[in-house]
Structures are given as structure tokens and as C-alpha cells.
Design a binder for this molecule. Structure first.
Ligand code: SF4
Ligand code: SF4
Length: 378
């Protein structure tokens, strides 16, 4: 006879999920409708019903470092069909948020970016840092003058580098340490559940798995199987691709400055400038579409975790486009002020990367790759 398995429910864990935007795990009566609705559920893996049981029992150790919760792409089909309004899709979204909080340290930063009461500080702190750096180095010029608006005269590139290079290095380190622990814990969780062997991860094979999974992730293939919120694929792609192309544009301008010795402002017909403008418009439009979809989907729970990222994406796009329009309209005080506000949002974006919903970009890729890596190993 098989020996009994003893479980230790983590009551705090259950309370944390339930406090996430009005969720109530007690509503679930295990009918399995969600598993029938979910396109990634299989006969041998009743997803997300199994996760709902584990969450109701407070089995944190089976969920937080389990790649399965990252397979869900939040289509909402399960929540729409759940007869008890237990919102399994939102429970999984909350679990992913908790997973990010578990691995992106320090915890105080996660708290800072996920509590609406601290929102003003997310702008006061960067403003103080940017102004202090500007004055201490003497590089910031509040009245640049000249017959045309040049942002590098107000806030020179070396000052931007002094602020953003250390920030980017810090964020990379946070991700590196978090992902290293996440991988180790996923391996332990899967080994305990008998889904993989107990040995260490073969990193070469794991990297190959990441590369082979990337095309499907980039193409948003899973989003196509969604029946309830079909439009989300387009809006999600618009936002993700604009972030990627704006990062490319920033890199191209750095290359132009240091390698080609070409300074801005650039012509509107410059191909990189055209890409920047198209990406800025796509970022604004995609964010607005995602906000509209969230507001009209009554079966989806919307928390600060979700709104923060959408608000940041929208305001980043808007302040970027407004900065350029005010420059073209030749209104120096307004253009320089808007540029400063845009810098605050850019600062916020970089620092918040490992702590907000944006981190799902990295954690999801690693988790999906690990899921496939473990499947191959078996
Ligand atoms: S979450 Fe809803 S659909 Fe899924 S098992 Fe529970 S009650 Fe049924
Ligand atoms: S939200 Fe969609 S992908 Fe996620 S569990 Fe529900 S049905 Fe499956």
C-alpha cells in the first residue's frame, strides 16, 4: 500500500491569493470546467484545475517555482466559463506576480512598485536623483538657449549615461540572481513531482531549448488559440514589439553618436527616426487597446499589478511623442519640460523591470524553456 503524503498548508499564501483583487479560492468546487476550456490542458495534466486545488490547499512550494503557471497566457477562457466565478485565470496571474516577488530581490523594491500608496515616490525619487546628478556634475543646463531645441544641450548624453548605465547594470544583476534561483527551484520542484531527474541543469541544452522556443513566443502562437479575448494577440504584440524596437532605436542612436559621430536631432525621414515614430504610435495604440480590453472584460480581475504596466507603457509613449511634437512646434520651455517628464518615465521603466509585470517577459521565457527542457529529458 502506498504511504500517505502529508501536506502542510501555507495559510498566509492562501490569504495573499485571496487578497489579490477580490479572489476567493473557496468558490472553486473542482468541477474541472476550466481544464476543459483551457487549450494548454492535457488528459494527464488537468490545467488549471490542478493549480486551483494546490492554491486552495496552500501548497506554495508546488506553485511558486513551477513552470506550469507560466504556460498560461491569461486568455481568460477558463474564467469566463467557470460556473463559480472562481477566476482561475486571475489566480494564475496572481501566482505569477507572487513568483516574481519571490525571485526579484530585494523584496522592498517589489513592494515599492506594487503598492498604489507608494506611486508618488516612483516619480519623486527619480526626479531628485536626476536633478541632483545634473547639478552635482554641472552638466544639466536649465536654459540652453540657441536657435533650435536640442535636448542634448539641456540634458547631455554623458549625464544620461551616468544615470542609466548603472541602473541597467543593477537591473541585469537582479535578473541574473533571480533567474539563477528560479531555475534551481524549478528543477527541485519538478524533481520532487517526478517530472525530471534530480541532477543539475545542463545549461548548454537549456540554452538551445530557449533558442528553439523563442520563435513561438515571439509569434504569440498560444494567443491564437484563445476564443474569448481574441483581439488581445494584436494589442499585446503591438506593445511588446514597440518596446523591442524602441530599445533597438536607443541602441542605434548610441551607435550613431559614438561610432558615426552623428548628433541629434535627426531628420524625420531618417529610417531609424521613422521606426521610432511608428513604434511610439504603436505603443500608445497597443496600450490603449489593452486598457480598453481590460475595462470591458467583466470576467477579469484587474489589479494594480496590471494597471501599473499599462499606465507606464501608455505614458511613456505619450510623453515621448509629445516631446517631439513640442520640439517641432518650437516651444522650448514646454519641450524641455516634457523631455524631463519623459526621462522620469524612462527611469521608472528601467528600474521597475524586475519587479513589475514587465518581468514576465524574462520569467516566462525561462519557465517555458525549462518546461520543454524537462519534457525532453523525460
Ligand atoms: S476554477 Fe471554476 S471551473 Fe475550475 S474547477 Fe474550480 S469551479 Fe470548476
Ligand atoms: S487563462 Fe487561458 S491559458 Fe490560462 S489557464 Fe485559463 S484558459 Fe488556460
Amino acid at each position: 500500500m502506498a504511504s500517505p503524503t502529508f501536506i502542510e498548508p501555507d495559510l498566509d499564501f492562501i490569504a495573499q491569493i485571496n487578497s489579490g483583487s477580490g479572489l476567493n479560492l473557496k468558490k472553486c468546487y473542482q468541477c474541472a470546467t476550466c481544464s476543459v476550456a483551457c487549450s494548454i490542458s492535457h488528459d494527464d495534466q488537468p490545467f488549471p484545475r490542478k493549480e486551483m486545488i494546490h492554491a486552495s490547499w496552500g501548497l506554495k512550494d508546488r506553485l511558486i517555482a513551477n513552470p506550469d503557471i507560466w504556460l498560461c497566457y491569461n486568455c481568460g477562457d477558463c474564467s469566463t466559463l467557470c460556473p463559480r466565478d472562481a477566476r482561475p485565470g486571475d489566480v494564475l496571474n496572481t501566482l505569477r506576480k507572487m513568483s516574481i516577488g519571490e525571485y526579484s530581490k530585494p523584496a522592498a523594491m517589489h513592494q515599492l512598485f506594487n503598492d498604489s500608496r507608494t506611486l508618488p515616490w516612483l516619480f519623486i525619487i527619480p526626479a531628485l536623483i536626476i536633478i541632483t546628478m545634473g547639478f552635482v556634475t554641472g552638466l544639466m543646463d536649465l536654459s540652453p538657449g540657441g536657435d533650435r531645441i536640442v535636448f542634448a544641450h539641456f540634458f547631455p548624453v554623458p549625464l544620461i549615461e551616468m544615470i542609466f548605465i548603472p541602473l541597467s547594470l543593477g537591473v541585469t544583476l537582479v535578473f541574473f540572481l533571480g533567474i539563477r534561483r528560479f531555475l534551481k527551484d524549478m528543477q527541485t520542484t519538478y524533481a520532487r513531482l517526478g517530472k525530471t531527474g534530480p541532477g543539475p541543469i545542463d545549461f548548454k541544452r537549456f540554452l538551445v531549448t530557449i533558442i528553439t522556443q523563442l520563435p513561438a513566443i515571439i509569434k504569440h502562437e498560444q494567443f491564437s488559440t484563445c476564443s474569448e479575448n481574441k483581439g488581445r494577440k494584436i494589442s499585446h504584440m503591438m506593445v511588446s514589439f514597440s518596446f523591442a524596437s524602441l530599445a533597438f532605436v536607443a541602441g542605434a542612436f548610441v551607435f550613431a553618436l559614438y561610432v558615426l559621430n552623428s548628433h541629434g536631432p535627426y531628420d524625420q525621414i531618417n529610417p531609424v527616426k521613422i521606426l521610432a515614430n511608428v513604434s511610439g504610435i504603436a505603443l500608445i495604440a497597443g496600450s490603449l487597446l489593452l486598457i480598453k480590453e481590460r475595462r470591458t472584460n467583466l470576467k477579469q480581475t484587474n489589479g494594480y499589478f496590471d494597471w501599473y504596466l499599462l499606465g507606464l507603457a501608455l505614458l511613456l509613449g505619450l510623453t515621448g511623442m509629445l516631446t517631439q511634437m513640442l520640439r517641432l512646434a518650437n516651444i522650448p520651455w514646454a519641450a524641455y519640460s516634457m523631455y524631463f517628464i519623459h526621462l522620469l518615465f524612462a527611469f521608472n521603466l528601467v528600474v521597475s523591470l524586475p519587479y513589475t509585470k514587465l518581468a514576465h517577459l524574462i520569467y516566462r521565457i525561462v519557465a517555458i524553456a525549462f518546461y520543454h527542457y524537462a519534457k525532453e529529458e523525460k
